[in-house]
Ligand binder design. Structure first.
Ligand code: SIN
Ligand code: CO
Length: 402
């Protein structure tokens, strides 16, 4: 007898109905568990009898203010061209818009208008610092910003008129941009879901969901409650600055345990271990990352100048010919080199750049100011020498004719 399989859970609905008591159509805890940062949700009637807290004329007035962040976007459908004018806008900009295919977007309207800011109250279940702003758009029929992807969660509340929304929940949908347009529109967009939103309806989108909203039938206003999500790069950069500000100038790289160098220029395991001990988050880094960062950093550190590039770049055949004729390669005085060997092989560093290197050549380049590679350097060595010559680290000294 087969054991009874656990009853299948029904799939979560993508569309629910809200009410004055439950703008998300469910308790916040359930929304956070099932939808937040996970899947889109359309809430019909999220804000029953919704009346926009700002009039289109006042939004246009705000778009003309000096400090307001605004964009006027026109779509020429026939030629598939998009025109973007960034604010502050002038009255004359609105005179040319016509009655279709354009939209005005103003960011941070909650900071300018207390009635708009009051729309944030139902989002109090989210940490306040997670909320970025309310962007308000006004569009005439056909107006929109084109299919795109946002990096932040957003609640798109329909304020006035109707907007047709199309989204794609396909995790494999292509997300590359059209190259020509500053709006970062998607090159391809195949919707999986489409809806017509009425005033008071709200569409929640987690980051990364392709979407396209187009004003339908008449004037349209949308209130976008957007979240703030710093990138890991921003967080790391700021954390490093924060920690650095608190370190004293006397706290420096130190190596009282230094043993005589086995090979000049080597960044060895002992050097990396000292960094791990002393730097706030180096202990967490894998060996290769720490090595690569330090190799680049230390060969850039306190360099007042950079090596001069040669007048003309050489190709491999020309370099081989010169070397066969007895040319020597001299290190440029402003070139600062180091090398290191790790799991992924040997790397040569020079003034912040890194190249895979044959270990013997890396050692030789760091140990000698001038080398004579001879007639037939192996292919990997020749490729490295060519890169170093063309980046100015090695200067070709032709053999004297007798
Ligand atoms: C809008 O046009 O109001 C919405 C912008 C968006 O899709 O993020
Ligand atoms: Co968007």
């Amino acid at each position: 007898m087969k054991p009874a399989s656990a009853p299948r859970k029904p799939p979560l609905p993508i569309e629910v109905r809200g009410s004055a008591r439950q703008p998300l159509g469910m308790p916040p805890a359930q929304f956070l568990r099932d939808y937040w940062q996970k899947r889109p949700l359309l809430v019909r009637n999220a804000f029953p009898d919704f009346v926009p807290p700002i009039a289109p004329e006042d939004l246009a007035g705000l778009a003309c203010e000096d400090g307001a962040l605004s964009r006027l976007i026109r779509h020429d459908e026939a030629r598939e061209r998009w025109q973007v004018k960034t604010g502050p806008l002038a009255e004359a900009d609105f005179a040319r818009t016509g009655d279709a295919n354009w939209t005005l977007l103003v960011q941070d309207v909650d900071k300018w208008d207390a009635d708009v800011a009051a729309l944030l109250e139902p989002f109090g279940f989210l940490p306040d610092w997670r909320v970025d702003d309310i962007m308000v758009s006004y569009a005439e029929p056909g107006g929109g910003v084109g299919a795109h992807v946002d990096q932040y969660d957003v609640f798109l509340l329909q304020g006035l008129g109707q907007r047709h929304w199309a989204i794609s929940t396909d995790p494999d949908a292509p997300r590359d941009f059209r190259p020509d347009i500053e709006l970062k529109q998607l090159r391809e967009f195949e919707p999986t879901h489409e809806w017509l939103l009425e005033p008071g309806d709200m569409l929640y989108l987690p980051p990364g969901v392709p979407h396209d909203g187009v004003a339908f039938g008449g004037p349209c206003m949308t209130f976008s409650v957007g979240m703030r999500a710093p990138s890991q790069a921003e967080l790391t950069g700021d954390l490093a600055d924060y920690l650095a500000e608190r370190l004293h100038e006397d706290q420096r790289y130190a190596d009282p345990d230094l043993a005589p160098a086995k090979a000049p220029g080597e960044i060895d395991a002992a050097a990396l271990a000292r960094l791990r001990q002393r730097l706030p988050f180096a202990a967490e880094l894998d060996e290769e990352t720490l090595r690569d960062w330090f190799g680049r950093f230390i060969t850039r550190y306190r360099n007042a100048q950079t090596p001069a590039l040669p007048d003309r770049a050489l190709d491999e055949a020309a370099l081989r010919k010169q070397l066969a004729a007895g040319a020597r390669l001299q290190r440029h005085p402003w070139s600062r080199m180091a090398w290191s060997r790790g799991k992924s092989g040997c790397t040569l560093y020079a003034n912040g750049q890194a190249w895979p290197a044959p270990p013997a050549l890396a050692k030789q380049l760091c140990a000698q100011r001038e080398i004579a590679p001879g007639t037939e350097p192996p292919a990997a060595a020749l490729a490295l020498l060519l890169a170093l010559v063309n980046d100015g680290h090695l200067v070709l000294r032709k053999a004297r004719r007798r």
